[in-house]
Design a protein around this ligand. Structure first.
Ligand SMILES: Nc1nc2c(ncn2[C@@H]2O[C@H](COP(=O)(O)OP(=O)(O)OP(=O)(O)O)[C@@H](O)[C@H]2O)c(=O)[nH]1
Ligand SMILES: [Mg+2]
Length: 455
């Protein structure tokens, strides 16, 4: 530990701001405080401090200084914090002065959190929860991230791992006493019983429809339909900004355009796509291919048709899509007479389809559509409060655990203890990877790289 360098960084947001928080972590944190402020405040108590350049003695700023001696700090190491005035020149001068203290250097992205992980203050799922909390854009995302940070999946995985290790110990005890004929069977049966129960528990968690991951990324709502129906106008209206180009020429949108929305506290990713039609233009063809692909993969499709043009049908882009996941949006109702509009909408071609009459240009009917979308998101996410899995990484680790438990169970009571033990060990290792207890060096860089500097 003594060889460790001391890191520092601006931990608060982009300057200028009223206050900027600069954190220092590592063995030389105390020295850095002494050099810059002349003293070390009492642990965990804010103290007024004059921050000076150690070389020239020039006063840089009047600040608040805090001292968190390890191991009872966020990272588990000695930490100092300076709350200075948030101007770029003040921050630059303090960082420059810190850089001249022996063994101190600027932190890499996520390096504070990485130290907290290495010192056992956070497990890997909590680290991911922390990253999600910083990135959370809606209240539902914030709640999910906080649950994960506080150990919802990490603690559960660790408890499962302990049970597997207990089962493994039973089987291994059986292997150690091969001469006493009765012992192994007596030990293996309860071990397999425990494995069976765990397999059921973890399997149930895997069968959650992926809503935890969806909450991180947002519910995918694709806007699709024939060219010129007003899809991009609708996207802009819902996003309340000009995110997509609108023009009177059919075939305007080519690329897929994504906009993140907060609908009643739930995250929705709205996807505008190219108008679907046959075309000779290779660029448009590619746009149409992507449009079909995104619509087929979306949770909900808003199929937009021009109400002033008759005979526009809904494309059967995916036979597996549930009808309730396609809503028909009759746009441009400002262009049709009252009567025609009412006739059209009271007799939808397919009774099973939900329809919304709107004018994307005037905003007519948009409130009803937004309310329906918010209700859809709320229903979709109503089960997420109990969702454990928020990332593909978690899903893969739990699936590997279940697969290993299945192999152990297949071996059965009459099976070879060595094989059962081996599979139980594999199950425990898969769970250990989830929380970062075993050989995860390869994924650490990937996880911490997503953090900002100063966290
Ligand atoms: N009158 C009227 N015109 C609209 C309405 N919504 C869109 N438009 C017009 O319809 C034309 C096409 O609109 P876009 O939003 O570009 O249509 P699109 O479906 O995205 O078209 P592509 O990207 O080519 O597939 C533009 O001239 C819009 O101004 C509406 O509610 N009423
Ligand atoms: Mg468009």
């Amino acid at each position: 530990m003594s060889e460790r360098s001391t890191i520092f960084a601006l931990s608060s947001g982009r300057p200028p701001a009223a206050i900027a928080v600069i954190r220092v972590c590592g063995p030389a944190a105390q020295l850095a405080l002494e050099r810059l402020t002349g003293r070390v405040p009492r642990p965990r108590q804010a103290a007024l401090a004059r921050v000076c350049d150690p070389a020239s003695g020039e006063i840089i700023d009047q600040a608040l200084a805090l001292w968190f001696p390890g191991p009872h700090s966020e990272t588990g190491e000695d930490m100092a914090e300076l709350q200075v005035h948030g101007g770029p020149a003040v921050i630059a001068a303090v960082l420059d002065a810190l850089g001249r203290v022996e063994d101190c250097r600027l932190a890499e992205p996520g390096e504070f959190t990485r130290r907290a992980f290495e010192n056992g203050r956070l497990d890997l799922t909590a680290v991911e929860g922390l990253a999600d909390l910083i990135a959370a854009e809606t209240s539902a995302q914030r709640r999910q991230a906080l649950r994960q940070l506080k150990g919802l999946i990490g603690d559960r995985a660790e408890a499962w791992r302990q049970k597997i290790i207990e089962a493994l110990a039973l089987v291994e005890a059986g292997i150690d006493f091969p001469d006493e004929a009765d012992v192994p069977k007596d030990l293996v049966a309860p071990a397999l019983g425990a494995a069976q129960q765990l397999r059921g528990e973890i399997g149930a968690r895997l069968a959650d429809g992926g809503c935890g991951e969806r909450l991180r990324e947002g519910l995918a709502v694709a806007i699709a339909g024939p060219p010129n129906a007003g899809k991009s106008t609708l996207l802009n209206r819902l996003a309340r900004r000009e995110a997509a180009i609108v023009s009177p020429y059919p075939g305007t949108t080519r690329d897929v355009i994504e906009v993140h929305l907060d609908l009643g506290g739930y995250p929705v990713m709205l996807i505008d796509t190219a108008g679907i039609r046959d075309s000779n233009d290779p660029v448009e063809q590619e746009g149409v291919r992507r449009a079909r692909e995104r619509a087929a993969a979306a949770d909900l499709v808003l199929w937009v048709i021009d109400a002033s043009v008759s005979g526009q049908a809904v494309e059967d882009f995916n036979k597996n899509v549930d009808k309730s996941n396609i809503w028909i949006v009759h746009n441009k109702i400002d262009q049709v007479g009252d009567e025609l509009c009412r006739d059209d909408l009271s007799q939808p071609a397919d009774e099973a389809l939900t329809t919304f009459p709107i004018s994307a240009i005037l905003g007519t009917g948009i409130d009803a559509l937004v309310m329906a979308l918010a209700a859809y998101a709320r229903d979709y996410f109503s089960v997420t409060e109990s969702a454990l899995i928020t990332r593909a990484r978690h899903r893969a680790a739990l699936a590997a655990t279940v697969a290993a438990l299945d192999r152990a169970l297949r071996e059965g009571k009459a099976g070879r203890e060595e094989v059962i033990a081996e599979e139980l060990r594999a199950a425990a290792t898969a769970l250990g990877r989830l929380t970062g207890r075993v050989d995860v060096e390869d994924i650490l860089d990937v996880i911490f790289r997503d953090f900002c500097i100063g966290k």
